[in-house]
Design a binder for this molecule. Structure first.
Ligand code: PEP
Ligand code: MN
Length: 353
């Protein structure tokens, strides 16, 4: 893959652990067109008592990486003190982590600390799936004349165990790019996937979705990593993945074939909207009927049976369980809303009499 086909590549370990680990990782990454070498210096751990980063020493080692291998260097900052040290050690970029983006007070503190420092910033998505919060953090920084050069999509926290460590919610990243097309959209497959074998397919997906770059955690000895061991890959593995990634060339996509598919989608979308409208009209009739016969709007047993039956049909047809469940629930919710509206209208009519 040529460098211009993926403008930004950021890699390096989840955490700086030792001087030897950091330098060996950087040395093994030589040959890749790295835009920045990354390493976490202060680690936001979910629970106390775990390794929380090496602190200022790590910044010295990062400087050594820069001097020895010529890579630009970056780390995560979460407090004004981190920012002051990042400036002191001449970091080329800093990013704001998912647990900081979520908190407007923290972002505000960082914005004030970064103002006038001339350090470009990237902003990871917040841990919760909230586009406005992500955009809000970016805007908060920009109001302090800080140069935001990228938004990093690292997925959103989940409670139930899923295939991914963090739910990608692709639409949020796509919406962000639509709102702010001039910003580089970077994918972090390490934190989305949470497993080393998901890096390659997710990175390819980033290219398919026209992302501007990738941030991938790499470690000289991933199995022994002090943090995020399951998701880190060796620099050698990253080189293999990088070589195998297939860029999509928009000009080479057969425009006609694409147009035909889009036309088909548009016809199907029209039918879907039409069917939804018909379904809701019937729901309204049912609402009138229930009102006239003084029946409950929510009939739990019927709802349970419908959910089960429809879910089975959807699964049999090959739709994903998550999507099918959400879709069926949304349809039901909207039907209830319509029936409640019928009810309250009738109530008003009665009270008027
Ligand atoms: C990291 O990049 O190592 C990190 C802690 O990321 P996030 O803020 O996405 O959890
Ligand atoms: Mn990490």
């Amino acid at each position: 893959m040529r460098q211009d086909q993926l403008p930004l590549l950021i890699s390096g370990p989840c955490s700086a652990e030792t001087q030897a680990q950091l330098l060996a990782t950087a040395e093994a990454l030589v040959g890749l067109p790295l835009s920045y070498f990354r390493a976490g210096i202060w680690k936001p751990r979910t629970q106390p008592g775990a390794f929380e980063g090496v602190g200022e020493n790590g910044l010295r080692w990062l400087q050594e990486v820069k001097k020895t291998y010529g890579f630009k260097i970056c780390t995560e900052v979460a407090t004004a003190e981190h920012v002051a040290l990042a400036e002191q050690y001449e970091l080329d970029m800093v990013w704001i982590g998912a647990r900081s983006t979520v908190n407007p007070f923290t972002v505000q503190e960082l914005a004030e600390a970064l103002q006038g420092k001339n350090i470009p910033v990237m902003v990871k998505n917040p841990v919760n799936p909230d586009l406005k919060l992500w955009l809000g953090a970016i805007e908060r920084l920009e109001r302090h004349q800080i140069e935001v050069i990228g938004a990093i999509h690292r997925g959103f926290s989940v409670y139930e165990k899923t295939n991914y460590r963090n739910n990608p919610h692709w639409q949020i990243a796509i919406d962000l790019k639509q709102e702010r097309p001039e910003l580089n959209l970077i994918m972090d497959p390490s934190h989305i996937g949470g497993r080393s074998n998901l890096i390659q397919p997710l990175a390819q997906q980033a290219l398919d979705l026209n992302y501007d770059g990738l941030m991938i955690e790499s470690h000289i000895d991933p199995d022994k990593a002090w943090t995020d061991a399951k998701q880190q890959i060796s620099p050698q593995k990253l080189k293999e993945i990088y070589t195998e990634l297939e860029p999509r060339n928009p000009a080479a996509v057969q425009a006609n074939a694409l147009a035909a598919y889009r036309e088909q989608l548009s016809i199907i979308d029209d039918s879907l909207i039409n069917l939804l409208q018909q379904r809701m009209a019937i729901s309204k009739e049912i609402g009138v009927h229930k009102r006239q016969h003084n029946q409950h709007i929510l009939q739990a047993q019927r709802w349970e049976e419908t959910l089960k039956a429809n879910l089975q049909k959807a699964l049999d047809s090959g739709l994903s369980e998550e999507f099918a469940k959400q879709m069926i629930k949304m349809l039901h919710e909207e039907s209830l809303r319509i029936q409640m509206a019928v009810n309250s209208q009738n109530n008003n009519d009665h009270s008027g009499k």
